[in-house]
Design a protein around this ligand. Structure first.
Ligand SMILES: [Zn+2]
Length: 566
């Protein structure tokens, strides 16, 4: 009896699938961002039904479970993943694919194959499959009755190995759930790196067990300036938060399951007011009071300083003279202890050590720093910064990690194995590449998503300044034109930077990254010759439906903004 029922069910489902065998598909069915290398449109559609089963080897357990969960949610039918079984959706590793992150997707009316050189490639194949399905699959409450996927053959691989998004959680703090949502967006765009800016003047956001005051004191500021820097007044609201090491492990695992590498940034020697508030001896001048510009310090801050607490967590934005003392051994033992706790939390090959915007005013008048300069035979404070970075680099190299730093680390001589993140335009990146250092391009004009995204700033929420439209991002070319093939190899890729002085809420972060990160994803993934603004705009209109289904916040008016002339 059971056999008979099974046969009837099979017969029914085959006839259902057959219904889609010769379907004519429309170009709208194939709107994928970032654009794949090659895409061949075929006739027919694959129907997800009660016979659908995802299969693969144990090495693809994570990807299989991810896809099965996605299809179950999308189709409202339970789609299982089974290791080693036979099914009509097959995930496999394929050594013949050249690119480490490359993949192929083959959909016919009765079978789907997703192959990758690595599990990561298979994961990107799944992300492509996702965009072949209707946007409504993203909605928690979708009412899809017959989920079908258009037949296609896609061969694809990324252009750059580093495809990043940065998030500053120090100026404003964002909860674990949002960080995961951010990582999901990175993964959806086939980007592979999350640069997590964890320490700043205005807040220290990572639990360090050996130095509890970093978070007891350093994670909290007594208030924040109101309005654009330097601000009109102080909001007088205690503000802060931090991630426990357990939360960080959870986020790193979540990212790893989505093939996103998390690079932590521990800023040094500048942007260190929050750490100094917890441990004043790290400053050249522990007894000198923290200065909050133009008298916009909170009342609580003033009371604390009146009562003898010199150092407080910064309440305004900008660059501050009070930085780690480069003369005291105590500074280096502190930073090494901190890094000793950071390293095991992050499997990433890189640790970002900041290195930007470190004024030398305190070092110039600090006896300890001056003694260091003499003892080490340095010529000036720029070389002292280079000494600082190189010493930290040596330590991290000894632990099997490489450093990335902002392009100021070029000043006074670049640490031997450092990778440079070029943010003050592209010159730093060009210089570093010519010196045979790896480079990640993040120039302000194209990759700073804290800039206004239209010229009509009056109608926009407060931002730091600038103007970077979605087309500006799309037009960006990370490899300088004048580079030889050999030099071009040092350009690892590019990254969107999201500094959050003025982004107080998660909604606002979404507003600022969308659709600019979608444009950047194509810059770093797709081939240079495939990039076409009008074609991208059409695909972006389709992706926007996915943003809607995901409940993401964005400004509709920002989508079609072209370089309307300054
Ligand atoms: Zn000093």
């Amino acid at each position: 009896m059971r056999v008979v029922i099974l046969i009837i069910i099979c017969a029914l489902s085959i006839s259902c699938a057959d219904k889609y065998k010769d379907s004519e598909n429309s170009p709208q069915d194939y709107q994928i961002i970032p654009k794949p290398l090659s895409l061949e449109v075929l006739k027919g559609r694959f129907l997800v039904d009660s016979n659908t089963k995802v299969t693969g080897t144990i090495a693809l357990n994570n990807e299989g479970a991810y896809l099965a969960e996605m299809l179950t949610r999308a189709s409202n039918i339970t789609v299982p993943f089974e290791i080693g079984a036979s099914g009509n959706i097959v995930l496999k590793l394929d050594e013949s694919i050249e690119n480490e992150e490359g993949y192929t997707v083959s959909v016919t009316y009765d079978q789907i194959f997703i192959s990758g050189k690595t599990a990561q490639g298979v994961f990107y194949g799944i992300q492509t499959l996702r965009q072949l399905m209707p946007a409504s699959i993203e909605s928690e409450t979708n009412q899809i009755e017959a989920l079908t996927i258009p037949a296609v053959t896609i061969k694809d691989n990324p252009r750059f190995v580093y495809r990043g998004m940065h998030l500053d959680v120090a100026r404003h703090f964002f909860p674990v759930d949002f960080v995961k949502k951010y990582i999901d967006l990175i993964a959806m765009h086939k980007m592979n790196t999350f640069h997590w800016h964890l320490t700043e003047d205005q807040g220290w956001r990572i639990e360090i067990k050996k130095y509890p005051k970093l978070t007891e004191v350093g994670a909290w500021r007594n208030g924040t300036i109101v309005g654009h820097h330097p601000g009109t007044e102080n909001d007088q609201k205690r503000y802060g938060g931090f991630y426990t090491q357990e939360e960080i492990k959870d986020i790193v695992k979540y990212a790893s399951d989505r093939h996103v590498t998390v690079i932590p940034e521990i800023e040094l020697p500048g942007h260190s007011s929050a750490a100094i508030a917890g441990y004043p001896n790290l400053s050249c001048f522990p007894k000198e009071r923290t200065v909050v510009t133009r008298g916009v310090m909170s009342d609580a801050g003033k009371v604390a300083q009146k009562n003898g607490t010199a150092k407080i967590v910064q309440e305004t934005w900008g660059v501050f003279d009070d930085v780690y003392c480069a003369g005291k051994e105590e500074t280096f033992s502190f930073l090494q202890d901190v890094l000793n706790e950071v390293i095991p939390l992050f499997p990433s090959k890189y640790i970002h050590i900041g290195g930007d915007e470190c004024p030398k005013a305190n070092w110039e008048r600090c006896p300890d720093c001056q003694t260091r300069i003499k003892k080490e035979g340095l010529h000036n404070e720029h070389e002292l910064q280079s000494y600082f970075i190189t010493r930290i680099e040596k330590f991290l190299n000894s632990k099997g990690k490489d450093i990335i730093g902002w392009d100021e680390i070029l000043e006074g001589g670049l640490a031997p194995n450092a990778t440079v993140m070029s943010w003050r335009g592209t010159e730093g990146g060009i210089q570093a590449a010519k010196e045979h250092h790896d480079v990640v391009m993040t120039p302000g004009h194209s990759c700073y998503f804290d800039h206004y995204q239209t010229a009509n700033k009056e109608n926009e929420p407060l931002a730091i300044g600038g103007k970077t439209t979605v087309e500006d991002v799309y037009a960006y070319e990370p490899t300088p034109n004048e580079f030889s093939e050999e030099e071009a190899k040092y350009i690892l890729g590019a990254q969107g930077n999201v500094w959050t002085e003025y982004m107080k809420t998660t909604d606002y972060v979404e507003y600022m990254i969308l659709p600019r990160m979608s444009a950047l994803s194509e810059v770093v993934w797709s081939s240079k010759k495939a990039r076409n603004w009008n074609d991208f705009k059409n695909r972006l209109d389709v992706l926007r439906e996915r943003y809607d289904a995901l409940g993401l916040n964005y400004g509709e008016h920002t989508f079609n903004l072209e370089n309307e002339g300054e």
